[in-house]
Design a protein around this ligand. Sequence first.
Ligand SMILES: [Zn+2]
Ligand SMILES: [Zn+2]
Length: 382
Amino acid sequence: MPEHMDSPQVPEVMKAWVIGGPDELILTEKPVPKPGRAEVLVRIDAVAICATDLEILHYGSPALVQGGKPFDKNFTPGHEYMGTIAALGDGVDEFHVGQRVTVEIHAGCGQCKRCRMGMYTSCHNYGLNYGEHNKGHRANGFTTDGGFAEYAVNHINTVISVPDAMTDEEATLVVTAGTSMYGLTELGGLVAGESVVVSGPGPIGLLAVAVAKALGASPLVLTGTRDSRLEIGRKLGADHVINVRNSEPVAAVKEIVGSKGADYVVECAGNEQSINDAIRMTNRGGKICLAAFPHEPARIDLPYAVQNNIYLYGIRGEGRSATHRAMAMMEAKRFDASLIHTHTFALEDLPTAIRYARDRVEDAIKVVVKMRGVERVSQAAE
Ligand SMILES: [Zn+2]
Ligand SMILES: [Zn+2]
């Protein structure tokens, strides 16, 4: 019998935010979900806001709920959360009630070609988790209910134990570091002594700097447009930072890594200019990870890429258990991910928290919502 049935701490209903129309969030009540086989119920303690949450709220995609956009479907977004195990589904002995955990997003179907390769973020049955199409795929906050709520159900493959010394806020950042780690894994994994350029100091770019440093990248260069963020990149391990408003990035990078160009570029800016700069600063046979989520097609310098045998790797999310490797590095304090956490709000203040993240109020980078122990913003402050 699942443990939640006789666990008095788990209520029947919970507070949850749901998406109404585009850019509309509604605070409502929902039944607390029940974990099935190989699943756990997580009492959410903290959840970080991601740029992708803002995309989902505004455009709908890349969320895919019951075969379509997530609007007016009582759908709860939010995917970068951590919490405490509140109940176990059938067959679960990997975790115990009361254990602090963080989550990764994608539990693939486990049976398609890509899932079998460990590429569960590219599951061929993405979003097929309803009605007659139920293949068991889950991506909480994208295709199934996510973390802007008091509880969520997670497949055990998406759950990672949090060490006692790690704060709730830092634990919400593990999946972001896992995404950066996945990019470096797909580029070849071992970067010791190789030159790495990261373009775009958003959360994934900044943690790509941290992970690349921990993997031994040298020299390690960060490019971007905001000095305040480049400075955080320096603290996370960038040997050199380049403000592309003041210097032409291809020439500036080659001055540092040598005229042949960089071995690896992790492209986190996602615009036409930055992608072409990445191609032209990569050496022959070098590799580029495309980690940003652009909305427009880009014209790219294909002749240069082909003539120079440059590899382009698009990544989606956090595959190949990269989040576990990121957690191992964070637990060993190889870098301080909490440098990118800037603001904390209460769950009820989610719309304000979203505004801070979207408009970068007070230079916000990672905005975290906590379920307990955070004072609400007064209406006057709104
Ligand atoms: Zn995210
Ligand atoms: Zn699959």
